[in-house]
Design a protein around this ligand. Structure first.
Ligand code: GLN
Ligand code: ZN
Length: 770
């Protein structure tokens, strides 16, 4: 067997330091560049990344550099590689059955009446993947040689890289049954057929020069999937038996990031593969190791999820413990792909130097891995200076001003008030809001046009005086309010033009946060977010949203919703301090929001939405950890909203549709109205909600804002009728799936018009005055 490198990473950011891939992909979609130009731009980025990784100390030819780029999503990449696209896209294949780049993007984004694949969150991260649709009719065959070509491309540039692909078990475990599948169909039942294609792919990768291949199998660590651990372990065993026996193949690393493998480690240890990657940041070093049969144990000891420099000495200890437990071949790695962190802390010129010394972005993490690899090869003494420096930075961080603020801590300890009056009393008090049946609203943001982004950027660079900028924002609010009045929506929003991002905006106005310039992290497809860094105790020096909400309200006789981001989401979409329990940090944020809500009420805002789209995302993958999480997360929301008057209607918005999984938590949030995603899954979720019992207000989305498609009146009407059939009218709201900020105005206005018209038809039919 070819040796595995002493240090590696499971993956690297894919969008480029300056979001080059985003620009190229979006230019291609807009028709500004052709396919070849896009291919060239992407190839250039891949080449730059390989060079950079080699510069940082990974080997050019020892398979330590992962070949793990993607034009949109790695789950879609795997599905397309094995030909598993829904039948509705079959006509987009080339004559030989291959799925080219334009077809790939169509599957991701939809087109005309063809809905795209559903999108959902990837394990406990803020990355979204596309959900494959698999049925008995799915034909599996090698349908893209992209990964093979990229390995060859690397070889031509003098690199021997390690191709990475989502493994067969995870591909199927994350898939949903296709429309054509019979009731109760389990995509995992197609395992043997899929694995045959993976075997073929492995042979091709070997031919292209790959000595190692990485199969990502995070499904094996999750306890939150339809398949249970035993089924997944069994599937892994069967799949790897076949892949291991493939005639000509690279050595296989199976990586199981995001949590501990538990008993499944035994299954992998017994499988005919050559290396196992385990997550030792979210998971612990096991008490004992199974017989590894000479396999390499790739210890994920550098946090791929977070940006802290962390305790390097403790990371090295973990690797030494693996050795002490009998692992002959130990390699240092990141716990997950570095997809979840930005490129390079050296790209941040505006961050405080002291803060910078506590941080490690992707490139710094690569250096950490390289250091640990050297320690493994040469002994601890060889890296003592690096370990000591990291330890010193930790101590410096502990004692720095702002990290602990006595007043904030005392207030958290003193607050015990978490509940509002009973829902029935609030419902009665809120009749005064005088809303029609099936009230029409949006989730908050309106399209963020190039003008808006430009104005914000100019203001943040100090090129535009505050007064001018605020006048610009007021004009924007004027426009958005007028538009909503014209469309006939019932509860209006101010449009969020002042917000670059629903978390960063709050981070910029709260103490305890820092924001980055270039710290982009892929969220889905070509979209990226710039998480803030929550490094110290959090407090609110002054009201944040009140003047905008009050201004918008002054323009309309209808209610304008105040719009806040909830504590859990602020944590989930920031890089959060790792030196205290998340629940403590959440309570600090909650108290700041509680003050904001009181100020909004005082300014005459009667409906306030506190978005918690990330509630589900932070849910621990392990069942044993879930109750404690739900407890602190729900409490922080209640702490934030618990001071609101009975007559104030509190809304929340959740960005997903797996309502069932966290139904108890959603109930416990006790928001008066909850909006959720439902359009892509064609309202499947309302049946769930009805079955589970839920009596507060609910707005299942009728417009999929992740796609440029405009839903027709008939389509929205069908969705609404389904909702009305399943749930009492008094509970239902009508809204899009999510905020409109990523959409253009044409499609937004057309879609909202269709939604209003569909609602009018349904209202007429259920005999309520419109
Ligand atoms: N209020 C936010 C918006 O409309 C909610 C976005 C979200 O849930 N991701 O943009
Ligand atoms: Zn949303």
């Amino acid at each position: 067997m070819t040796a595995f490198p002493a240090g590696t990473i499971l993956g690297y950011p894919r969008i480029g330091r300056r979001r080059e891939l985003k620009r190229a992909v979006e230019a291609f979609w807009a028709g500004r560049i052709d396919e070849q130009q896009l291919e060239n731009a992407a190839a250039e980025l891949r080449a730059a990344n390989r060079e950079r990784l080699a510069e940082l100390g990974l080997g050019r030819d020892d398979s330590s550099i992962p070949e793990a780029s993607s034009y949109y999503d790695q789950v879609l990449d795997a599905a397309v590689a094995v030909g598993a696209i829904p039948a509705r896209f079959d006509d987009l294949r080339d004559a030989d059955g291959a799925i080219g780049l334009p077809a790939y993007f169509t599957v991701a984004r939809g087109e005309g009446d063809r809905a795209p694949l559903e999108m959902t969150k990837w394990f406990d991260s803020n990355y979204h993947y596309l959900v494959p649709e698999i049925g008995p009719e799915t034909t599996f065959s090698l349908s893209s040689d992209r990964l093979v070509r990229e390995v060859a491309e690397a070889a031509a540039a003098g690199f021997r890289t390690r191709p990475v692909i989502v493994g067969p078990v995870t591909l199927l475990a994350l898939a949903k049954a296709s429309d054509a599948a019979p009731e109760g169909f389990d995509p995992l039942s197609r395992l043997d057929d899929v694995v045959a294609v993976y075997a073929e792919l492995l042979t091709k990768l070997k031919d292209a020069g790959a000595e190692w291949v990485q199969l990502d199998e995070p499904a094996l660590v999750s306890e939150s999937l339809p398949a249970d651990s035993a089924q997944l372990a069994d599937a892994a065993q069967r799949a790897l038996a076949v892949l291991g026996a493939a005639a000509e193949r690279p050595a296989v690393l199976v990586a199981a990031p995001y949590a501990s493998l538990g008993g499944t480690l035994d299954v992998l240890a017994a499988a005919p593969i050559e290396a196992i990657g385990i997550d030792l940041v979210r998971g612990e070093v096991p008490a004992s190791l199974p017989e590894l049969g000479g396999k390499v144990l790739v210890g994920g000891v550098i946090d791929g999820h977070n940006i802290w420099r962390g305790d390097l000495a403790a990371a090295f200890d973990k690797l030494e413990r693996l050795r002490a437990l009998g692992a002959e071949h130990v390699s240092a790695s990141t716990s997950t792909s570095l997809l979840h962190v930005p490129h390079d802390v050296q790209d941040e010129s505006r961050l405080d130097a002291r803060l910078v010394s506590w941080l490690a972005f992707a490139d710094q993490k690569v250096e950490q891995v390289v250091t640990l690899a050297r320690g493994l090869a040469e002994g601890r003494a060889a890296i003592a200076a690096e370990l000591d420096a990291a330890t010193a930075a930790l101590a410096d961080r502990h004692d720095a001003p702002g990290v602990r603020d006595g007043a904030v801590r005392d207030r958290v300890l003193d607050t015990t008030d978490f509940s509002r009056v009973p829902y029935a009393d609030r419902e009665a008090a809120q009749l005064a809001l005088d809303l029609p049946a099936l009230p029409l609203t949006t989730i908050g943001s309106f399209p963020q046009t190039a003008d808006i982004r430009r104005a914000r950027a100019q203001f943040s660079r100090g090129e535009v005086p505050q007064d001018d900028y605020e006048a610009f924002l007021r004009a924007e609010i004027d426009r958005v309010v007028a538009l909503q009045e014209d469309l006939g929506l019932d509860v209006l929003v101010h449009g969020e033009a002042e917000r670059n991002d629903m978390v960063q905006y709050f981070a910029e106005h709260l103490d305890g946060f820092a924001v980055t310039e270039n710290g982009w992290v892929q969220s889905y497809g070509s979209r990226a977010t710039r998480p803030s860094i929550l490094w110290g105790d959090v407090s609110r020096p002054a009201p944040i949203t009140v003047s905008w909400a009050a201004y918008a309200q002054s323009l309309s006789a209808k209610h304008v919703k105040g719009m806040l981001t909830g504590p859990v989401t602020i944590l989930a979409w920031s890089f959060v301090r790792d030196d205290q329990p998340l629940g403590e940090t959440a309570d600090q944020v909650a108290l700041a929001l509680r003050d904001e809500i009181a100020d909004l009420e005082a300014a005459g805002i009667a409906i306030i939405q506190v978005d918690e789209p990330a509630l589900r995302e932070l849910l621990p993958l392990k069942r044993a950890d879930q109750a404690a999480y739900l407890d602190w997360s729900v409490n922080s929301f209640r702490l934030a909203t618990g001071g609101a008057a009975a007559a104030t209607q509190i809304h929340t918005h959740l960005c997903y549709s797996e309502f069932g999984v966290v139904i108890d938590a959603i109930r416990a949030l006790d928001a008066d109205v909850t909006s959720i995603e439902a359009a892509r899954s064609r309202m499947e979720v309302v049946a769930d909600i009805a079955a589970q019992g839920f009596d507060h207000g609910i707005g299942p989305g009728v417009y999929d804002i992740h796609s440029p498609r405009v839903p027709s009146v008939a389509e929205v009407e069908a969705l609404l009728r389904r909702a009305v059939d399943e749930l009492p009218l008094r509970q239902l709201w009508v809204n899009p799936d999510c905020g409109l900020k990523t959409r253009g105005y044409d499609e937004t206005v057309a879609s909202l018009r269709n939604i209003v018209e569909a609602t009018r038809r349904v209202r007429e039919d259920v005999n309520v005055p419109a």
